[in-house]
Write a protein of this length. Structure first.
Ligand code: GLU
Length: 288
């Protein structure tokens, strides 16, 4: 049997400077590719038009090169592919698996507070499904009147279609997908024709990513990505969700206000080998 070539990726969002946690994640992906004589890709996840900045993107490229990483050009930038995500969204819409959601954040919070016992996922209460019950006529009227809307996945219908699913992770083993912990996730935001989940699923497949490596804080997102892969007929990659770097006091790095950016360390004269050594020492603590 021909073995599949390993393709990994690092997919930062250019919404701020890279810090040590990002560097660890990028090195992790690059090493996984190198160990398998595969390819490491860089992808810029800039669908959040309000927060993404070209100067952060430029800094990401420079900081990663400074660390010694390289990748094939051109780098894929998600904001260049909105039409493509729209096409994949249409496939789900045509399958009757979506519905428009007009709710504001405030309305969702009020609905959840009023319900008293809203189902929860790992990131908090799930969308209570308010707009799922809108008649097609009411929804069309609101769209016609110009009300902004997101597109959500009708998770019950989606699960009936996919049946039970699993994914395989190098640390967590075989993980059963739990659609009930995901709820009716957003596929397209009010302001952009995609969401993180849709764009990542499409891109990983189209770029031939065979091993998705990322922090374990995104483990739950993989439940959603397996469902979308199955609905869209896309291949299933292998996964390796790595531990998050912790500082010596055990606090997660990214959460710290003073978490050192690569740029500030570089400006202070730190050499890339020293940064890598520091990351390795912290990674040892994180996985111990
Ligand atoms: N863009 C995401 C982030 O910066 C990572 C996405 C992923 O690795 O799937 O958190």
């Amino acid at each position: 049997m021909l073995s599949e070539r390993t393709v990994t990726r690092f997919a930062p969002s250019p919404t701020g400077p890279l810090h040590l946690g990002h560097a660890y994640s990028a090195l992790f992906a690059a090493r996984a590719a190198a160990e398998a004589d595969g390819t490491f890709l860089l992808r810029i996840e800039d669908i959040d038009r309000g927060r993404a900045r070209p100067e952060f993107e430029q800094a990401i490229l420079e900081d990663l090169s400074w660390l010694g990483l390289s990748w094939p050009e051109p780098v894929r930038r998600q904001s260049d592919h909105f039409d493509l995500y729209r096409d994949f969204l249409h496939m789900l819409e045509e399958g009757g698996l979506t519905y428009p959601c007009f709710c504001t954040r405030k309305e969702i919070q009020a609905e959840i507070a009023g319900a008293g016992h809203a189902p929860h996922g790992p990131d908090g209460p799930l969308y209570p499904g308010t707009c799922k019950h809108l008649s097609a006529r009411d929804a069309a009227a609101r769209r016609g009147a110009g009300a902004p809307f997101a597109i959500r996945l009708h998770m019950d219908k989606a699960t009936r279609m996919t049946g039970p699913l699993h994914f395989t992770d190098a640390r967590f083993g075989t993980v059963a997908v739990e659609p009930e912990s995901c709820g009716d996730i957003v596929l397209a935001r009010k302001d952009v024709p995609t969401s993180y989940h849709l764009a990542v699923t499409v891109d990983d497949a189209l770029q031939g990513v065979s091993l998705v490596t990322r922090g374990e804080d995104l483990l739950h997102a993989t439940h959603i990505h397996r469902i979308l892969q199955t609905l869209l007929g896309l291949p299933e990659p292998a996964y390796h969700h790595h531990p998050l770097l912790k500082d010596t006091d055990g606090q997660r790095l990214a959460k710290r206000a003073d978490s050192a950016s690569l740029r500030s360390m570089r400006d202070a004269g730190t050499r890339p080998e020293e940064v890598i050594a520091r990351i390795e020492a912290m990674a040892h603590t994180a996985s111990a």
